[in-house]
Structures are given as structure tokens and as C-alpha cells.
Design a protein around this ligand. Structure first.
Ligand SMILES: Cc1ncc(COP(=O)(O)O)c(C=O)c1O
Length: 390
């Protein structure tokens, strides 16, 4: 279509914009996510604040008060540019984990920024990237934006990475993405599998992008994280976020941990001032507020057990014990598709994630986050009104 505009009384024409777009971004499609509360409000007639959002698996208590106070205090420095390299935050992250320094850390505008940056920096024309299916959709989008089409390795029937299949598919790959624990399946990758894959990848110069955004919800986080192994594995990049357990979701802060060789190149390629001053200040305070983390862990543990008991009473729900703070449930026996269950619950002011948009699964899976007790009770009541407890 030809565009006509008017400049100083003259009619100007120009080529259709689509003809000016680089080929590799022409066919990009936005990734589908949970937490679409505004759309759900419009659809259901509920006010956004009246909708209970079980589709987004973040801290049900929200951020720590201390982090909010720090963000408020940082309003006084809004007139200045933020520290482009998030130095204080990187220092605090390094001290939090120990054994790493701020040279091992890059901070992003949400951890999603770092997925795109990583793919942009390392994917050359013709390079191969491997992604398990199902998993978080932005890895695929990040690869597609570089102009390459990723390959997918389907998880097995228990939603686990099949080491032999994955390693076979990994041959010749420049980059593999792994998510531990995985979204949407809520399953940890066994340590042996993870180590096998990272070592195999190292032996063939394949980079491993390991997303540990949900690992902070897992009790054995300290034993399971690969952060302590970055020296041993120069091909490893570990992703973390302030979106999930820290609840700073709307501020957009995440970070990556790797050897300085990787961090330096990413830091040079990132956009300047990528993380605003409120986000940096809030994240520093959030990481120091151990009490809020402890309270959150205790709540999640108790509520996850309660929800598991209640959800198990629905004979038509099939799920295994979640490793993360969300349940991944096959509802096929209920006679409803995920979209139908989502719609029926939305009419009662409850939003769950219909997982149909995830690659590699059918239309019968939903994802439900663990929230506070009162909220979880509302979910179960709504489910009882909607699905038979057999
Ligand atoms: C596994 C996983 N990684 C990363 C993200 C994005 O996190 P952030 O808000 O830090 O960009 C999400 C968001 O849902 C996710 O599920």
C-alpha cells in the first residue's frame, strides 16, 4: 500500500514501509504471555484490580517494603542518567552469591533483554540454536530476531530433557537454551543431565544459556544453581531476574552471570542506560532484604502443599509435584480444553494460563501459580464450581 502524507501543502508519497524492513524482522510475531490482566478485564467486565491473576508466577506478597522505599528515595535522582553499568547492583549481586565478582555480572532491563542481547551477539548467519519444547517462548523470538530459525528438542513424556536426544540435536549448534526449573512444566532438570549437556556443549564450542529465573523458589537453590561452576564452564551463561521471587516485575530488572569474556562482549553491545535508577535502587534493597525472602519461601512451601492436596482431589486433573512455584496441569479428563477452563474461571474473576501457545503441547494444559491462602481458596472454590471433583 502506498502512503500519502502532506508536507507544506504538497502531497508526498513514499514506498510502503514494509519494503524498508530488514528481512529477518519482517515475519516476527509477538510471543504470548500470561499476566494479560487488562485484556482479561476487558473481556470479562471485571475491573483489573478485581481479577486474581494466577497466570503470572511471581511473589504473591509482592516486593519487599524496603525495596519500594528505596525506589521512592531514588525519585530524587531521576533528573540524572542512571549508572549505565549498574555498578552498585552488580557489586551487591556478587556479594550475595560470593565466589563471583561484578566482572561476572551484566544487568538487563528484565532478564528478557539479556536473551535478545545474547542471541544478537552470538548468532551469526547460518548458526544453529537449539531450544527444548515446551519452554519459555522468548528464547525462540530472540533467535528469530537474529534472522535464524531455532530447532526444537521435544521434552519426553514426563516433560524432562532427554539427554541423548538433546545432545544429538545439539551437534553443531552455536547456542542452546535451557530453563531450570522449566516454564511451563515446573520441573527441574536433573543435575546429571544438566552437567552432561553443559560438558558436551563445551567440548563442541556450544554456548549454554541457562535460565535460572525460577530457581529461587526451589528450596535447594544453593545446591542446584550452576553459578558456582562458571569458571569450570566458560561456555555457560546463567540468567536470573528480580521479576519473580523479588516481585519487582514492573520495574524490569534481571541479570546474567558468566565469565568476563562473555560479560565484556555483552556489556559493549547492550544499549546504554538500559536499567533505570528506580529499578537499580529497588533491586539493591531487595537483595539485602533476607527476611522478605524467608517469609516468601515459608508461604510458598505451605501454600504449594495445600494447593497440591486440593488440586489432587480433582480426579480429572493430571499433574506431578511442581519444583517451582506453579502447577502445570493436564485437564483433558475434565472434558474442557485449557481455553474453555480459562474462560469459565475468568467469568468468576480468576485468570489462569492456557498453555496452548507453548510449542510441543496440546490444548489441554494450564499453568497455575501459588498465591496467598485466601487467594488459593478462591481458586479452589471457583474450580469446584466449574469442574467435577471425582
Ligand atoms: C523462564 C522465564 N525466564 C524469563 C522470563 C522473563 O523475565 P523478566 O521479567 O526478568 O524479563 C520469564 C517470564 O515469564 C520466564 O518465565
Amino acid at each position: 500500500m502506498e502512503f500519502r502524507g502532506r508536507a507544506e501543502g504538497k502531497e508526498e508519497t513514499m514506498k510502503p514501509i514494509e519494503t524498508l524492513v530488514r528481512d529477518n524482522v519482517k515475519n516476527l510475531k509477538p510471543c504470548v504471555h500470561g499476566a494479560e490482566v487488562l485484556g482479561a478485564a476487558e473481556e470479562s467486565g471485571f475491573k483489573p484490580e478485581a481479577i486474581l491473576d494466577f497466570s503470572s508466577s511471581v511473589n504473591p506478597l509482592g516486593p519487599s517494603k524496603k525495596s519500594l522505599e528505596a525506589a521512592k528515595k531514588a525519585f530524587s535522582v531521576i533528573a540524572a542518567y542512571p549508572d549505565s553499568n549498574s555498578n552498585e547492583l552488580r557489586q551487591v549481586i556478587a556479594s550475595h552469591f560470593g565466589k563471583i565478582t561484578k566482572r561476572n555480572i551484566i544487568v538487563g532491563n528484565g532478564s528478557t533483554e539479556l536473551m535478545y542481547l545474547f542471541a544478537e551477539v552470538f548468532m551469526k548467519k547460518g548458526d544453529k540454536a537449539l531450544i527444548p519444547a515446551p519452554t519459555f517462548g522468548e528464547y525462540e523470538s530472540a533467535v528469530c530476531k537474529t534472522g535464524e530459525i531455532p530447532r526444537f528438542a521435544k521434552l519426553n513424556k514426563d516433560f524432562q530433557v532427554e539427554t541423548a536426544t538433546f545432545e544429538r540435536e545439539m551437534a553443531g549448534a552455536k547456542l542452546v537454551f535451557l530453563c531450570n526449573p522449566n516454564n511451563p512444566t515446573s520441573k527441574l532438570i536433573p543435575q546429571e543431565t544438566l552437567t552432561d549437556i553443559i560438558e558436551k556443549a563445551l567440548s563442541q564450542d556450544t554456548l549454554v544459556f541457562l535460565d535460572e529465573d525460577f530457581l529461587e523458589f526451589v528450596e535447594e537453590e544453593k545446591d542446584l544453581t550452576m553459578i558456582g561452576n562458571i569458571k569450570k564452564y566458560p561456555n555457560l551463561f546463567i540468567l536470573r531476574s528480580f521479576t519473580k521471587i523479588f516481585g519487582l516485575t514492573g520495574l524490569r530488572v534481571g541479570y546474567g552471570i558468566a565469565n568476563p569474556e562473555i560479560i565484556d562482549v555483552l556489556s559493549c553491545a547492550k544499549i546504554p542506560w538500559n536499567v533505570n535508577c528506580l529499578a537499580q535502587a529497588a533491586a539493591v534493597a531487595a537483595l539485602k532484604d533476607e527476611e522478605h525472602l524467608q517469609v516468601t519461601h515459608a508461604l510458598i512451601k505451605k501454600e504449594k502443599a495445600w494447593l497440591q492436596g486440593e488440586l489432587s482431589k480433582f480426579g480429572s486433573f493430571k499433574f506431578s509435584e511442581p519444583d517451582a512455584n506453579f502447577f502445570f496441569i493436564n485437564i483433558q479428563k475434565s472434558g474442557l480444553t485449557a481455553a474453555e477452563l480459562k474462560n469459565k474461571l475468568l467469568k468468576q474473576g480468576i485468570l489462569i494460563r492456557d498453555c496452548t501457545s507453548f510449542k510441543g503441547i496440546d490444548e489441554f494444559y494450564v499453568r497455575i501459580a501459588v498465591k496467598t491462602h485466601v487467594e488459593n481458596e478462591r481458586l479452589i472454590d471457583a474450580l469446584r464450581r466449574t469442574v467435577k471433583v471425582v
